[in-house]
Every structure is written in structure tokens, then in C-alpha cells.
Design a protein around this ligand. Structure first.
Ligand SMILES: Cc1ncc(COP(=O)(O)O)c(C=O)c1O
Length: 393
């Protein structure tokens, strides 16, 4: 027997996470010029990065010979000012993925289980399986989390319930009252991981006071990220907020320098960049309207989304349609691994990118450009919460 065959079965059974195809890869594969390719596959910010973060990160370059501040003092101080928590309640991560993994390493083990929803973010089953725990996937309702069924699925061995709000890739949002009711009913010996990676894209009218709930629920962990609305996916900074006993345990297993010095400096500055987040939000609202309007004109069904992305139903051969989009220089995300083989997920881009996506989709679907006019959103400047609707909010 060779060494790799002796690795635990639960590790060998993991199917690797499939990231969005990088622009450079498609350019190589298709012999295309990178400038003609648009990537709408990884829910990145089409506006780029917060200018304040960029400035702070370029300054931080001067000090990359030194190890980062392993305690993340400045960033934690900025986060505690912003969110009214103590520094000891914060866990910093190499992206919020890292925080999700830390939660699994602290609270799961072989014999324990984690509950998550069907179609929920792929990292939950991954981190669960990586520590030899079992995952309980609960059938979704209208593509969203069915919290009653998830509560029923909790067993005495369950140590974590993952809730993505909004969820990726479905974009569905649970109403704050529903999440609160879940927290009130679930056993306090189960950690509820409330993943709010897309929080900044929510209209204020539907935002939950989730951080306020930390005072009532010592079994709550909220995860957030600088990858999305702050435009810092490449430098990998995320964080978790929890009761200090929970964060204390997570900080014990964290690598001492898990967040790099450039990311630490950028994130602290980005938090102050309220204007950039506002612009990102407004662009996303307008782009969401542009895409949904265009899809409706093409007769394509989509799942109303609260994120910076949207999953739509593809009539016919998904592989062929995706291939046609790629040939036209448009990268979106097939989501077969989410048990949604007939859907593709598109990230909301710049106005011109959304237009190119819609036009390319029209061509990929074999719809004659003569019979279907190009999408014209009704009110591109709207920042109206009503335009983004969701099944379960
Ligand atoms: C729901 C959700 N949670 C967490 C993440 C992790 O993001 P990051 O590790 O970049 O913070 C993502 C990224 O796509 C996501 O969609």
C-alpha cells in the first residue's frame, strides 16, 4: 500500500473546490487576447479595490521583509470600533474561508456532524469532510435554506450549523426574524455559523442586526469578508465575530501569521472607505436590474438574488451554452456541483460587462439578435431595495 492510500478515507474522498476560471487560463486555451475577456465567475468587485485600501497596501509593501502583526492589533481595533465588539471577540482569517475552516477544526471531529442546506456554499461540506466529521445536507426550499428542516436535522452529535445569508450561489436571503427564531430554538451546544460574506450588498431594509445578537447567543459566529464589496479578494482577509470563548478557541488553532501584512493594512483602511462601499452597492443594484431585465427579455428564468451575482436557468445544453460564452470571452460559473446542473451563475459586472454578457448569452442561446432587442434596463440609476426581491426574506 502506498503512502497516499494510507491517508484517511475522508480526506481521499474530498472533491477539490473548483474556482472560477482565470482570465489568463481562458486566453491560453482559446488563443484569445486577455483584453477581450470578461470574468463574471467569482463574485469579485467590478470596481476594483477601495482606493484607501490600495494606498495603505502600497505603503505596507515597504515592510514585507517583516512578519505581519500576528495579533492583527490595528485591524481588530478598527473592527471593534466599527462593530461595537471587543478585540477578543474577533478572529481574523486568510479570507473568511479560513475562519470557516477554523470553526470546523475547533468544533468538529470524526463522529460529529455539521448541518447545512442543499445548494449552500461549497466550503461547508469541504471543511466538514476535511476533519472527518459528517455533513448533513438539508433539502432546500425554493433554492433557499429551510430553517425548520435544518433544525429538525440537528442530532446530539451536531456541533455546527452553517447558514449562508445571502447564500452563494442561489442569492437567497432569510429574513432576520427567521434566523433569530432559529437561534432561539437551536440547542446552545451547537455553533451557528452565520456567513454574511455579501452583507454589504444588502439594502438596509433587510439587513439583520446580527452583530447585536452576539450578546444573546454565545453559540453564534458571524463571518464577513473584505473580498467582495471592499474588492480585496486577492489579498485574502476575512473575520469572524463571536463570544470571546469561541473566538479564543479559534485563535488557538489559527496559524500565528494567517493574515499577511498587506491584507491587514488594506483591510483597516478599507473599513474607513464608506464611499467605495456605497458606490459598490449602487453599481450592484443597477447591474442587477440590468441583468434581470435582460434575462427576462431573453425569456430566461433566474433566482432573485441578494448578492452580487445571480443564478439563471439554462434551457438546453448547459455545457454547450457555457462553451459558447467562453468562446465569446465571457466567463461565468457552471454550478453543477451545487446540484444545479441546469443553472449558470453570473457575477454582476460593470454596465458594459453586463451588456456583453447578455449579448453573448443571446447568441449562445441561438436567439436571433433581430428578434430580440438588446436589454435596456428601465432605471439604471435606481438604488431601490424593491428591485431586488428574494424568495425567503
Ligand atoms: C457565501 C460565501 N462565504 C464565504 C466566502 C469566502 O470568501 P473569502 O474567503 O474570499 O472571504 C464566499 C466566497 O465566494 C462565499 O460566497
Amino acid at each position: 500500500m502506498n503512502l497516499c492510500e494510507l491517508a484517511p478515507e475522508y480526506i481521499r474522498a474530498i472533491s477539490p473546490y473548483q474556482p472560477g476560471k482565470p482570465i489568463s487560463e481562458l486566453a491560453r486555451e482559446m488563443g484569445m487576447d486577455e483584453r477581450f475577456i470578461i470574468k463574471l465567475a467569482s463574485n469579485e468587485n467590478p470596481l476594483g479595490t477601495s482606493p484607501l485600501a490600495l494606498e495603505a497596501m502600497s505603503k505596507a509593501l515597504d515592510e514585507v521583509a517583516l512578519y505581519p502583526d500576528g495579533s492583527g492589533f490595528e485591524l481588530k481595533a478598527a473592527l471593534s470600533r466599527r462593530y461595537g465588539v471587543t478585540s477578543s471577540q474577533i478572529v481574523l482569517g486568510n479570507g473568511s474561508n479560513d475562519v470557516l475552516e477554523l470553526a470546523a477544526r475547533v468544533f468538529l471531529k470524526p463522529g460529529a456532524s455539521a448541518v447545512y442546506s442543499q445548494h449552500a456554499f461549497a466550503v461547508y461540506p469541504l471543511v466538514t469532510q476535511a476533519v472527518g466529521a459528517s455533513g448533513i445536507s438539508v433539502p432546500a426550499r425554493n433554492y433557499g435554506h429551510d430553517l425548520d428542516a435544518m433544525l429538525d436535522a440537528v442530532t446530539p452529535e451536531t456541533r455546527i450549523v452553517f447558514i449562508a445569508n445571502p447564500n452563494n450561489p442561489t442569492g437567497t436571503l432569510l429574513a432576520a426574524s427567521a434566523v433569530l427564531r432559529f437561534l432561539e430554538r437551536v440547542s446552545p451546544d451547537v455553533l451557528v455559523v452565520l456567513d454574511e460574506a455579501y452583507n454589504e450588498y444588502l439594502p438596509n431594509t433587510v439587513k439583520a442586526d446580527s452583530i447585536g445578537w452576539l450578546k444573546r447567543f454565545p453559540n453564534l459566529l458571524i463571518t464577513r469578508t473584505f473580498s467582495k464589496a471592499y474588492g480585496m479578494a486577492g489579498v485574502r482577509v476575512g473575520f469572524g465575530l463571536a463570544h470571546e470563548e469561541v473566538s479564543g478557541l479559534m485563535n488557538r488553532v489559527r496559524q500565528p501569521f494567517n493574515v499577511n501584512s498587506i491584507g491587514l493594512a488594506g483591510a483597516a483602511a478599507a473599513l474607513e472607505d464608506v464611499e467605495f462601499v456605497k458606490r459598490s452597492y449602487a453599481l450592484n443594484q443597477a447591474g442587477m436590474l440590468q441583468i434581470t431585465t435582460g434575462l427576462r427579455q431573453l425569456g430566461i428564468e433566474y433566482i432573485p438574488s441578494y448578492g452580487n451575482f445571480l443564478s439563471f436557468h439554462v434551457p438546453g445544453d448547459v455545457k454547450a451554452i457555457n462553451q459558447s460564452l467562453l468562446k465569446q470571452g465571457v466567463i461565468v460559473r457552471p454550478i453543477g456541483i451545487y446540484e444545479m446542473p441546469q443553472h449558470l451563475r453570473v457575477t454582476v459586472g460593470l454596465e458594459s460587462e453586463n451588456r456583453k454578457f447578455l449579448k453573448s448569452l443571446e447568441i449562445a442561446l441561438g436567439l436571433s439578435p433581430e428578434t430580440t432587442s438588446e436589454a435596456q434596463p428601465e432605471q439604471i440609476t435606481a438604488i431601490d431595495p424593491e428591485i431586488v426581491t428574494g424568495e425567503s426574506a
